[in-house]
Design a binder for this molecule. Structure first.
Ligand code: ATP
Length: 236
């Protein structure tokens, strides 16, 4: 279980996030929606220990406090991030990218077992093991990025705008893959612009406006909410 409690982030004088509390259980998909600049990426970065701002509050994974830990220790504690823009090494092969994802202490000893697990989750990555990532489509590269994050054996996988730049069809495939990750019992926390497709596979969601979490509900209720429809689902 990932628990952010009363997290505030300041960049200098600017408060990018204020008193945000978010929970993600194992085996559920949680989506964070909000306008540009609302503080969504800041929330994910604060959880992953890569935020440039001053972070206050508590981020815990299964009770272990993560705030103040170095980013690699946070990965060791079970939290993996697929950053915006994917963070893959374009000039390396699929297999090399995956192997580099196993740097965490929690994964290194079992690298081959983990690699097999990632390959059975995404068989295409096995078929394309030798392909240089730069030559792959956007959707395939996103799969490499998720596979790479999965190589650290996370209990919680976080993703910043994973569907950015993907066609609706490839986004659908991406979200189906995230459902497969959830089915392994992993908690998935993602920031998304694509509210319609992400809510369709999510269990719960949060809305962030002007640095505040303003609403939390089941994905089903959020999809039916007129305010959500007007702001994020292109209706109204
Ligand atoms: P987007 O969808 O545009 O990425 P977001 O909801 O993810 O938006 P954040 O990236 O979290 O928003 O940014 C929240 C606020 O903090 C914005 O006003 C942004 O300009 C500011 N901000 C983000 N990163 C920094 C930084 N490194 N230094 C200063 N200000 C920052």
């Amino acid at each position: 279980m990932l628990e952010l409690t009363d997290v505030t982030v300041r960049y200098g004088q600017h408060r990018a996030l204020e008193g945000a509390s978010v929970k993600v259980a194992k085996g559920e998909i949680v989506v964070i929606l909000g306008a540009n600049g609302a503080g969504k990426s800041t929330l994910l970065k604060a959880a992953s220990g890569i935020c440039e701002g001053a972070v206050q509050g508590s981020v815990r994974i299964d009770g272990t406090e993560l705030t103040g830990l170095a980013a690699n220790k946070i990965v060791d504690a079970g939290l993996a991030l697929v950053p915006e823009g994917r963070g893959v090494f374009p000039d390396l092969s699929v297999r090399e990218n995956l192997t580099l994802g196993a740097y965490a202490d929690r994964a290194r000893d079992e690298e081959n077992v983990t690699l097999d697990r990632v390959y059975s989750l995404f068989p295409k990555l096995r078929e394309r093991g030798k392909q240089i990532v730069r030559t792959m489509s956007g959707g395939e590269q996103q799969m490499v990025a998720i596979g790479r994050a999965m190589m650290s054996n996370p209990t919680i996988l976080t993703l910043d705008e994973p569907s950015l730049g993907l066609s609706p069809l490839l986004s659908k495939e991406l979200f189906q893959n995230l459902s497969k990750v959830r089915d392994l019992g992993i908690g998935v926390l993602m920031v998304e612009q694509n509210a319609k497709q992400s809510l369709a596979i999510a269990d719960r969601g949060y809305l962030i406006e002007n640095a505040h979490v303003v609403h939390e509900d089941s994905a089903e209720n959020l999809m039916r909410d007129p305010a959500v429809q007007a702001a994020y689902l292109g209706a109204g």
